[in-house]
Unconditional design. Structure first.
Length: 169
């Protein structure tokens, strides 16, 4: 069983309590160790990410906002982020191969289901509860094809998890 480092726990302080609870529970279920990379970010950092192509929107869930809904934790009194970038650890090194993030997504799905907190995965931008993990590449392929059909750039972001807009405005 893995556990979050003190650094990861401190990064959770800027996140919505419901998503934090999912991350904290998922670390107990995962087959791949992970840490918390980024939760809240500044508007300047988001602007840089868009310019570099690391993000496609200035309306990121990483930008702290006041929340209107809380299922697991207490309602925060300050703006919080609604997105979590996690990173896989293998032999003490951060790794970026998509199959590692599939394993993390499975753990996040189990935790979000248990807690009743919907989460979306950035690899295919679908709710975890809607993904057939045995066929996850078809979800990613469909996402890419749909973006291309709209003339937009697809961003397959395996490390990214977020509370969906419709549930957490």
């Amino acid at each position: 069983m893995f556990k979050l480092s003190n650094r990861s726990l401190s990064r959770l302080e800027t996140g919505h309590p419901d998503g934090n609870a999912v991350v904290e529970r998922a670390i107990k279920y995962t087959a791949v160790d992970f840490g918390v990379g980024e939760v809240a970010r500044s508007i300047e950092k988001q602007r840089q990410n868009v310019e570099l192509g690391a993000s496609t929107t200035m309306n990121s869930r990483h930008l702290p906002k006041m929340t209107k809904k809380c299922i697991v934790g207490e309602m925060p009194l300050i703006p919080v982020a609604h997105a979590w970038d996690l990173f896989a650890y293998v032999d003490g090194q951060a790794r970026w191969e998509l199959p590692l993030y599939l394993e993390i997504a499975k753990a996040m799905d189990k935790a979000s289901t248990e807690l009743g907190v919907p989460m979306r995965w950035g690899a295919c931008w679908q709710l975890l509860s809607e993904i057939e993990f045995d066929n996850y590449m078809s979800h990613i392929t469909t996402y890419i094809q749909n973006k291309k059909a709209l003339g937009k750039k697809a961003l397959v972001d395996g490390p990214h998890f977020e509370l969906p807009w419709q549930d957490y405005p």
